[in-house]
Design a protein around this ligand. Structure first.
Ligand code: SF4
Ligand code: SF4
Length: 295
């Protein structure tokens, strides 16, 4: 785990309790993902919207979707039963910023009853320029942005479309807007002391050779760790027939990129409703539909 010199002591203290950002914390502390953000504003070719966001989720599993109020109740329930619950994350099942009002209300509701909680959020970054300042103000200190390409020709092969300011964009125009917003958003966040992790989906023949360049660029922007993930071709997605990237290939690329930035190697690509320590998933145990009166 790495402590970038520019972050404050309090953010660093929180990072020590964050199982994803600190290799030492990952077996000690538990996290809960609250699935309050079902919508998305882009279409990645590797995503099947019926399932969770690939940003932070394994495709092929559905989640319950909760209102902010139910999410707060779930947090209270889980906190009683799960030891060392330190992190609340919002990771879809769509994009946390495409449902920003629900994301924000959930964070505020939990902050009111548990000020010590560390919040993290994952996003495709399209709406970062709109909400980054509010995120900083809210006290979110850990943000994951999925950024797959710096080149709009490559991006056009990865993203089918984006919906932005009431318009739908496709091809290179879509990839260009997304990229500009991702870069501006990341720059803003790192400039305000937020720890930013960048996720990348390694897609053979599309962005695999390009990823080292992405890592160099995000390093320049102050990102402190990158997480290269294998493409898991989701049934029903446009990449359904693509080969799954092997962990051997992912690890070779991580080893190369490690020369520039620390690489996350223990990411579990958790569900949007994951609960527990990183190596466990207690999401079924804590489905709100199964709750028996505990709040
Ligand atoms: Fe799917 Fe996530 Fe991409 Fe949205 S950002 S299309 S939810 S993988
Ligand atoms: Fe942590 Fe990865 Fe799971 Fe997110 S998906 S909670 S970064 S282990």
């Amino acid at each position: 785990c790495v402590c970038p010199g520019s972050i404050s002591q309090s953010v660093w203290e929180k990072t020590q309790r964050h199982p994803c950002y600190s290799a030492e914390a990952h077996s000690k502390y538990a996290r809960i993902h609250l699935p309050v953000a079902p919508r998305c504003n882009i279409q990645c070719n590797y995503c099947n919207r019926k399932f969770d966001c690939v940003n932070e989720s394994r495709p092929g599993v559905t989640s319950e979707v909760l209102t902010p109020e139910l999410a707060r109740e779930k947090f209270v329930w889980v906190r009683e039963k799960v030891e060392d619950l330190s992190v609340v994350g919002i990771a879809g099942p769509g994009d946390a910023l495409a449902d920003w009002q629900a994301t924000k209300q959930t964070i505020k509701a939990i902050q009111a009853i548990a000020p010590e909680v560390v919040f993290c959020l994952s996003t495709n970054g399209l709406r970062l320029p709109d909400y980054a300042a509010e995120m900083v103000e809210l006290g979110i200190h850990h943000v994951t942005v999925t950024l797959n390409a710096l080149d709009s020709e490559i991006g056009a092969k990865i993203y089918q479309f984006i919906t932005y300011q009431g318009r739908r964009y496709e091809g290179k125009a879509a990839a260009e807007i997304l990229l500009q917003n991702q870069l501006a958003g990341i720059r803003y966040l790192t400039g305000h002391g937020i720890l930013v992790k960048v996720n990348m989906v390694m897609i053979k023949g599309i962005n695999d050779h390009h990823i080292p360049e992405v890592v160099k660029k995000v390093k320049e922007l102050g990102v402190f760790v990158t997480n290269i993930m294998p493409l898991i071709p989701a049934t029903g997605s446009n990449f359904e027939n693509f080969p799954q990237t092997s962990m051997k290939e992912v690890n070779e690329l991580r080893n190369l990129c490690q020369l520039d930035l620390p690489q996350m190697r223990h990411c579990q690509q958790c569900r949007a409703d994951a609960i527990g320590r990183l190596h466990e998933d207690r999401s079924q145990e804590f489905r709100m539909a199964n709750r028996t009166g505990e709040t």
